[in-house]
Design a protein around this ligand. Structure first.
Ligand SMILES: Nc1ncnc2c1ncn2[C@@H]1O[C@H](COP(=O)(O)OP(=O)(O)OP(=O)(O)O)[C@@H](O)[C@H]1O
Ligand SMILES: [Mg+2]
Length: 348
């Protein structure tokens, strides 16, 4: 919620009135004192000294009032802000500044504190994301590294029959492939997240772009005896071909991975109200409603998939790309029946 800030001056009306009352009281005291002294003595020298003393006392009172005002209104919040920002500068983000006034009486310091609280909260969130990311990456690295190390050790020892040797070597190749896919996906995500500008867009024929991706999966589709049906209209959009390739290949790889042998996958491309609608439909294991809400998070893998392969980065990558391209992605799924991923892209 955005709070309304005060105008240029945030000096409170009560403060101004108090200041003028104080000055009026002091002037009044000075006049009364002068009158009193004048009636009591004819000695001009004494009057001058007494008036001087009075001026000094009154000035001291005003200065003291100002010091107290500064202490309460400026020094106190500034000290609070400094202590908090010192803590944050030293890496402690668990700081929350207590705002002293109610929203109606906010002054500039209250707004600064509120903004700082928001910044501290964002820092805390990104710190959690960072530590989660590091622990996820370490976890994902550990499994294939363990496979590589233990099988390589067995092969080094020797004395294995040919068949076991080949089995171990195959596991090492697969684990290293998994490692390289993980690293390549992390790099891609990092690049997409840190990019300040979007790559040059160009006219892309979506049917051609999808067909080119499908070709790369022909072997595995054949191996899994999957019945693949493509129903692609001739639709062109202005987009980034390499980004779209990330979307198609991850959606198709998921559809293949989570569909049993002999299953069915259908890819459809249509236009509706000048938008391109792309659907990847499979008859795979499906995803529950609860898990469906989380599948676009980095490293999230649903229980239903019982997936041992992959790292849960494909859909996070797709989501990032679709956000950059300004499109939409959604999923409809039923456990045991299959899933439909729908992408909407703006047409030309
Ligand atoms: N077509 C699908 N059918 C069933 N579950 C799916 C499907 N697509 C995604 N999921 C679920 O969503 C999770 C996240 O998908 P995502 O593509 O991000 O990761 P992954 O495929 O497990 O690993 P990676 O893509 O990094 O190789 C999957 O682990 C799976 O549980
Ligand atoms: Mg995937």
């Amino acid at each position: 919620m955005k709070n309304k800030r005060p105008g240029k001056s945030s000096v409170s009306v009560a403060g101004v009135i108090a200041f003028f009352v104080l000055v009026a009281v002091i002037i009044q005291i000075a006049i009364l004192t002068y009158d009193f002294i004048e009636t009591k003595t004819e000695n001009n020298g004494l009057i001058a000294i007494l008036v001087l003393i009075l001026v000094v006392i009154l000035s001291t009172v005003i200065i003291l009032c100002d010091i107290i005002r500064r202490k309460i209104m400026i020094d106190k919040p500034v000290k609070k802000i400094l202590t908090a920002t010192d803590k944050v500068a030293n890496g402690d983000f668990n700081v929350e500044l207590e705002i002293e006034h109610t929203l109606k009486n906010y002054n500039e310091y209250d707004f600064i504190m509120e903004n700082l609280n928001k910044m501290f909260s964002e820092l805390r969130k990104s710190e959690i994301l960072k530590t989660d990311f590091i622990s996820n990456v370490s976890h994902e690295l550990k499994t294939p590294l363990f496979v590589i190390q233990s099988y390589a050790k067995q092969l080094e020892k020797g004395g294995l029959d040919k068949e076991t040797e080949q089995k171990y070597a195959k596991s090492i190749v697969e684990a290293s492939k998994r490692l390289s896919e993980l690293i390549s996906n992390i790099l891609k995500l990092n690049k997409l997240e840190n990019q300040d500008y979007i790559k040059e867009k160009e006219k892309v024929n979506l049917a051609e772009s999808i067909a080119n991706t499908v070709i790369n999966f022909e072997e595995i589709i054949e191996y899994k005896e999957i019945n693949l049906e493509c129903d692609l209209d001739d639709v062109c959009v202005t987009s980034v071909p390499s980004y779209l390739e990330i979307v198609w290949s991850n959606l198709l790889s998921n559809a293949i991975k989570f569909t049993d042998k002999g299953g069915h996958i259908r890819i459809s491309l249509k236009t509706e109200n000048s938008q391109a609608i792309i659907k990847f439909i499979d008859t795979g294991c499906g995803i529950s409603k609860e898990e469906g809400k989380r599948i676009f998070e980095k490293f999230y893998q649903a229980e239903t998939s019982h997936s041992k392969e992959g790292n849960g980065l494909g859909l996070a990558l797709i989501k990032k790309v679709i956000d950059i391209l300004g499109g939409e992605i959604s999923v409809e799924s039923e456990v045991g029946r299959g899933s439909t991923f729908t992408i909407i892209l703006e047409g030309n």
